[in-house]
Design a protein around this ligand. Structure first.
Ligand SMILES: [Zn+2]
Ligand SMILES: [Zn+2]
Length: 175
């Protein structure tokens, strides 16, 4: 087949990540991160209980390629929303990647959807090695995932997003 039929072939794969998987650098975290979000540069992060979770999308090397003048936070990136927040897609992932029954899913729907969203985020952000490396999930992503798949309120009980597993990165690696 003639190369002339593919005039843009030199530009093919220009969107394929060029970083080597597994090379993600962990951000340097100082101690003063609890109880405020002054460390956030994207304006969408929330305060989380530990400094390891208190990380902004601007601080993770693999995410900076998504941040532009228009897209100031990865949660505004279209491909992130398509891959990590689409409920139909996440349920499909749960069906073939998890060992949960339909009843278990229906019982803890929000928790399983959040887990699947975090897992999808790690793959989207870091490639195949992501989930194994314990790279934190930015607090802006945690905030949006929680708001997208909220835990149903139980009358008389305060809202509890944390589940028993703690940080989002741990939720991504289990279930
Ligand atoms: Zn932020
Ligand atoms: Zn952000």
């Amino acid at each position: 087949m003639s190369r002339a039929l593919f005039p843009v072939s030199d530009h093919c794969f220009q969107d394929v990540p060029v970083w080597a998987e597994g090379t993600a650098r962990l951000p340097h975290l100082d101690h003063d991160r609890i109880g405020h979000t002054r460390w956030c540069k994207c304006t969408n992060c929330i305060s989380l209980p530990t400094k390891e979770e208190s990380v902004c999308c601007h601080e993770l090397a693999n995410l900076t390629r998504y941040i532009t003048r228009e897209v100031k936070c990865v949660t505004l990136e279209e491909t992130f929303r398509d891959e990590c927040l689409d409920e139909v897609l996440l349920i499909s992932h749960l069906k073939y990647k998890s060992k949960i029954s339909k009843n278990e899913f229906l019982h803890k729907r929000a928790e399983f959807l959040q887990r699947a969203a975090y897992r999808s985020f790690q793959s989207w952000a870091h490639g195949f090695c992501g989930p194994k490396r314990g790279i934190p999930i930015p607090a802006c992503v945690v905030s949006l995932v929680r708001r997208t798949f909220p835990v149903p309120l139980i009358p008389g009980k305060p809202m509890d997003y944390s589940f028993s597993e703690g940080p989002a990165v741990d939720m991504a690696n289990t279930g």
